[in-house]
Write a protein of this length. Structure first.
Length: 108
């Protein structure tokens, strides 16, 4: 006899997984803001900068930003190599981004 699938349980598991992924993404974005030093900006300024970046249609400018960001992560990857370990929360899906370490952040 064929096993009956529990669609409600499967749906709940998928929703839980989506919620966890979203929470991890929010945590990583917060770590990115902190590690770049953008946390020194007030919220309105940071929001304005991000809104301008999203609205920018200039491919040349976006490519320059992308290259600058890639260079940032490469530098940061070498720096965090010395302080590897973090809090043991698991692997990072994005190279160079370690939301647990906080290294590279401006001192308080």
């Amino acid at each position: 006899m064929r096993k009956v699938r529990d669609y409600d349980a499967e749906l709940k598991a998928l929703e839980d997984k989506a919620r966890a992924l979203k929470a991890r993404r929010v945590e990583q974005l917060g770590a990115l803001v902190s590690s770049t030093g953008a946390d020194a900006l007030d919220m309105e300024t940071l929001a304005g900068v991000l809104l301008d970046a999203v609205a920018s249609g200039d491919a040349e400018t976006r490519e320059a930003w992308r290259a600058k960001g890639a260079a940032f992560f490469q530098r940061r990857g070498r720096k965090t190599g010395r302080t590897a370990g973090g809090d043991g929360a698991g692997a990072n899906p994005q190279p160079g981004v370690d939301p647990a370490s906080g290294s590279g952040a401006a001192p308080d």
